[in-house]
Each structure stands twice: as C-alpha cells, then as structure tokens.
Design a protein around this ligand. Structure first.
Ligand code: IPE
Ligand code: IPE
Ligand code: MG
Length: 257
C-alpha cells in the first residue's frame, strides 16, 4: 500500500480516529468567499479522509459535523449545513455502502428537519450490516447532552429495578452513550488550531491522544492524516501506568534488590 513513505507501523494503527472538523469559515474568509463555500469545500475533505481511512484500515472514523451549540449560528448558515448533509448522503451513500462502510449517527438526529431525518434513516438502514469500517457522523451532538440523557435513562431503569446500582460500572455507563459498543477514540484530530474540545466526546476521550493542527478543514489532506498517525505512533500511551521500558527497568531493579 502506498503510504507516501511516511513509515507508518501497520501493527500500531489507531483503531478509532475522531476529528473536530474546524475552520471552514476561516478558509472561506481568507478567500473572500461566503462561509457556506467553506462548508462545501469541507465536504470534499470528508470524502478524502473517509477514503484514506478505508485504505489505512482504520476501523472507526468519527467526524464532528454539527454541535448542539451550532444552532446559535445565523439561520441561513444552519439551513445550508442541513442541506449539505442531505446532499452528502445523496451523493456518497451508495459508494460508501459498496465499500462496506457502516454509517452511524452520534447525536439527537431525530430533532433535525424532516428531510434530514429521512436521509439519515435511509443511510442507517442501508449500511447497518456493513463491517469494513464504521463512519460516525456527529450531528446535533453535544457531549453534555449525551451524558445527561444516559443518566436519565439509567435513572429510570434503576427506579424500575431493571438495573442494580451496585452493578453500575464504567462499561455499563458507556453502553448508554451514543457510542455504545464503539471503542474509545485512540486519536483526536482538531483542525484550525483551537485548543479546546467544544463539547465533543468528553467521556470517551479520557485517554485519547490529541493532535491539533493550524491547517483548516478544507485544506486537510491525506498527508496531514498520515502525519497525525505518524506522530500518534511515537507517543507513549501509559494510561496512568509506566511505559514498557520503565516497567522492565523496575522489574530488573526489584529483582536485583
Ligand atoms: C467547522 O467550521 C464546521 C462547523 C462547525 C459546522 P466553522 O464553521 O466553525 O469554521 P470557523 O471556525 O468559523 O473558521
Ligand atoms: C466545533 O467547532 C464543532 C464542529 C466542528 C461541528 P465550532 O466552530 O463550533 O467550535 P467553537 O465554537 O470554536 O468552540
Ligand atoms: Mg469553528
């Protein structure tokens, strides 16, 4: 496989990559274009990155497309984003299905305009049996809303004695989130340089590696993705423990003393 000599280790690929696709507006502004043109250009990046992740055999790709806070934007921009979602599904659904991609939605999609709900449900039903890669589209997604709805559902089940509070583990709690049965992201990419999470996957990214670039989303290419993965592979993921080397060193030391 051509990976542009980036020397990636195929036994150390992130299983799940999540992306905060930011900077569409700034991309457009720099070119004296309306913000909406930035969103349109950003759609091409989604296509590019889905294809690259397929080739790299990444199992799960999650993209943040519309947050629960993005409703605060001008109505014409919100409308444009909703239309773009429908256009994206209409144009890409068949090919994604043929490539074995399973589309999932993270977020409260049922309160989107009717035409979006219909398009989304068609995509969910068509691709539900696919197993090559999972593509999570975070739409009308907010991590706090996600956690709150999980707490409410759990509370109801505890009240109805369907779940014993003593059996409530992190794993059980996770299963009430939109990401039920999806592994946590290994790598979180944010484009356009902001150093914040903007209400994205707050529970799930507890031990995710972060990679932030100043490159805006419409400019983000396969090469940037390879660079992010390359740097991810250099990280020492300790999960609060010690790195292998240090652990080995300690074992030797404790054996000798
Ligand atoms: C990200 O680009 C896309 C969405 C949030 C929908 P922005 O529209 O936030 O672009 P900037 O941050 O204004 O440049
Ligand atoms: C985050 O980008 C949400 C998405 C990429 C969909 P924003 O542009 O909404 O984030 P803030 O407002 O800069 O935090
Ligand atoms: Mg933004």
């Amino acid at each position: 496989m051509d990976i542009n000599n980036k020397d990636l280790q195929f036994n150390n690929m992130p299983q799940h990559i999540a992306i905060i696709m930011d900077g569409n507006g700034r991309w457009a502004k720099k070119r004296l274009l309306p913000r909406t043109m930035g969103h349109r250009e950003g759609m091409k990046s989604i296509k590019r990155i889905v294809k690259a992740c397929m080739e790299l055999e990444v199992q799960v790709l999650t993209v943040y497309a519309f947050s629960t806070e993005n409703w605060r934007r001008p109505q014409n921009e919100v409308d444009y984003l909703m239309d773009l979602l429908i256009e994206f599904l209409r144009k890409e659904l068949q090919e994604m299905h043929e490539n074995g991609i399973c589309i999932k939605i993270l977020g409260d999609y049922k309160s989107l305009p009717r035409k979006c709900v219909d398009g989304i449900e068609e995509a969910l039903h068509l691709t539900s049996g696919n197993q090559k890669m999972t593509f999570n589209l975070a739409i009308n997604y907010g991590s706090r809303t996600e956690i709150l709805q999980a707490v409410k559902k759990l509370g109801q089940e505890i009240r109805d004695s369907r779940i014993d509070i003593d059996n409530l583990t992190e794993e059980v709690f996770s299963s009430y989130l939109y990401t039920d049965s999806i592994p946590d992201p290994d790598l979180l990419i944010r484009t356009a340089g902001e150093l914040r999470l903007s209400n994205f996957l707050l529970w799930q990214i507890a031990y995710t590696e972060l990679w932030i670039t100043d490159v805006t989303w419409p400019e983000f290419t396969r090469d940037h993705l390879l660079q992010a993965i390359g740097e991810y592979q250099q990280r020492d993921r300790r999960f609060g423990g010690l790195s292998h080397q240090k652990q080995e060193g300690q074992n030797v030391k404790s054996k000798n003393t």
